[in-house]
Design a protein around this ligand. Structure first.
Ligand code: HEM
Length: 485
């Protein structure tokens, strides 16, 4: 047992008293990341909790987290053998598999393919940008259509479709309309993925619960069904690619991944890793981007004066005859600050995907054995009062120094993509996408909240924190540009 080993070998890991059978599961509450931060005040930034039959080390605060994930990057690069993790991407997920030579190869293939289709050179950057602009304009049209006669609508589906279309265009060379019923239903289900794999999910720490009738059992069943359904959908597309594969023409990322895994030299991954990789990328690329867009919109309607200020800067830099582009980013510092503050303030991926230790490691003087589950509390980094003045206040101007320039150090202190060996591989794509979607939306529309709803920052917990349903209306500013058919 971890307690005894630490007692014998080094400092004993502190932590709350754990009850038999459930451990501390009943103490996590609705928002485990807040509970973790409260416990850190009492026990320090490195402590232990027990969930079901798992001893779990929780890491909090900038220093402890960077020390673990950067200085001991290999030791903290594992993933636990949770039952839910085996259900993802047909059991061939890179994201949810443990650290190994095979995982390293898998991650390298996924990462270099993403780069090749988004940022490898000016040509790929341009093509990627065009995909995003097309989606942004389709989304704007949807917003305006749904706002006819001052109607209020829930924007979450439109963001889901826009984000999914960007990654589907990269993976399959195909996008889907906002009205496509099959696509909308599928995405609606995938949206619920994060409920199960978020840190503290009971399915994984008390797997025996699935054998008795209880709410956890249905969460597990739903998770299993949504993964099977999503994987079948992606697999079907990959099989079509395999059947029509031509080594001389790379149509999209599916072709590129088939080429490396099935026809590359010295690759030890079997061909079913192709569908595993594509499923991973679509899953990861869709839910995160659509969730941050929901938060961005909510904050824009909550702070109309900030919205007007952003539009003023966009109008000055871009004018009204063309759409904002990636080249404008350097001159749109206010929008950049707004996006970083949204990431910091909401910390919408509050805890990373659970990690595990790949070997015994000492952190802060505490010995942590191999195969220990580790939760990384990103929220605590972004709300540390030592680092951030009034961390609970939404204030994009905190990122500007006294000369009005963006403070790069402070921007780099925001932790939402994690760090170390498991750091998100979609960071560049995500930042470009979010910037363009937000810039184009603000350039083309003014968005307003529904006066009959209370604007709340309340959210549901999971791998990503999602705002509760809200509705808005959008009004066209000037003329509609860059129409897509
Ligand atoms: C992993 C955040 C967008 C692909 C992760 C992790 C976080 C994260 C916190 C877990 C890291 C860890 O466990 O330590 C985000 C955020 C995004 C975003 C906040 C958007 C704003 C994307 C996109 C893609 C992507 C667009 C791909 C198209 C991945 C993959 C992993 C990952 C494949 C697994 C990495 C691994 O396990 O080695 N992301 N992500 N993400 N992300 Fe993202």
């Amino acid at each position: 047992c971890l307690w005894i080993r630490n007692f014998a070998l080094k400092k004993r890991l502190p932590g709350p008293f754990a009850w038999p059978v459930v451990g501390n599961a009943m103490q996590l509450g609705q928002m485990p990341h807040i509970t973790f931060s409260k416990l850190a005040k009492k026990y320090g930034n490195v402590y232990q909790i027990r969930l079901g039959c798992n001893d779990i080390v929780v890491l909090n605060g900038d220093v402890a987290i960077r020390q673990a994930l950067i200085q001991h990057s290999t030791e903290f690069a594992g993933r636990p053998k949770f039952i839910s993790f085996q259900l993802v991407s047909g059991g061939k997920s890179m994201t949810f598999s443990n650290y190994s030579e095979q995982w390293k190869m898998h991650r390298k293939i996924a990462q270099s393919t993403l780069r090749a289709f988004s940022s490898a050179n000016s040509q790929t950057r341009k093509v990627f940008e065009q995909h995003v602009v097309a989606e942004a304009m389709d989304m704007v049209q949807s917003f305006l259509r749904l706002s006819t006669d001052g109607h209020y609508f829930n924007p979450s589906h439109e963001f889901t479709v826009a984000a999914a279309n960007v990654i589907c265009a990269l993976c399959f060379g195909k996008r889907y309309g906002h009205e496509d019923p099959e696509f909308r239903t599928l995405l609606g289900r995938v949206n619920r993925f994060g409920e199960t794999v978020g840190a503290g999910s009971l399915v994984d720490v008390m797997p025996w619960l699935q054998f008795f009738p209880n709410p956890v059992r249905s969460v597990y069943q739903n998770f299993k069904n949504l993964n099977n359904e999503f994987f079948a959908y992606v697999k079907d597309k990959v099989v079509q690619h395999r059947d029509t594969y031509n080594p001389d023409i790379t149509r999209d990322m599916s072709d590129a991944i088939i080429s490396v895994i099935e026809h590359g030299k010295n690759i030890t991954l079997t061909k079913d890793f192709v569908e595993g990789t594509v499923t991973d990328l679509i899953g990861a690329g869709q839910d995160t981007v659509s969730t941050i867009m929901q938060w961005i919109l909510l904050l824009l309607v909550k702070y109309p004066a900030i919205q007007a200020e952003l539009q003023e800067q966009i109008d000055k830099v871009v004018g009204c005859d063309r759409l904002p582009s990636v080249e404008d980013k350097a001159n749109l510092a206010h929008l950049d600050a707004f996006i970083y503050e949204t990431m910091r303030y909401t910390s919408f991926v509050p805890v990373t995907i659970p990690h595990s230790t790949t070997q015994e490691v000492t952190i802060d003087g505490f010995l942590i054995p191999k195969d220990t589950v580790v939760f990384i509390n990103q929220w605590s980094v972004n709300h540390d009062p030592e680092k951030w003045q009034d961390p609970h206040i939404f204030n994009p101007s905190r990122f500007f120094d006294e000369n009005g320039a963006l403070n790069k150090d402070l921007i780099n202190s925001v932790m939402i993509f994690s760090t170390g060996k498991r750091r998100c591989i979609g960071e560049h794509i995500a930042k470009t996408e979010v910037f363009l979607l937000a810039a184009i939306l603000l350039h083309q529309c003014t968005v307003e909240s529904n006066p009959s709803e209370a604007l709340t920052m309340d959210c549901s917990y999971g791998l990503a924190l999602k705002p509760l349903n809200y509705t808005i209306t959008a009004k066209l500013r000037g003329k509609l540009l860059g129409l897509v058919s």
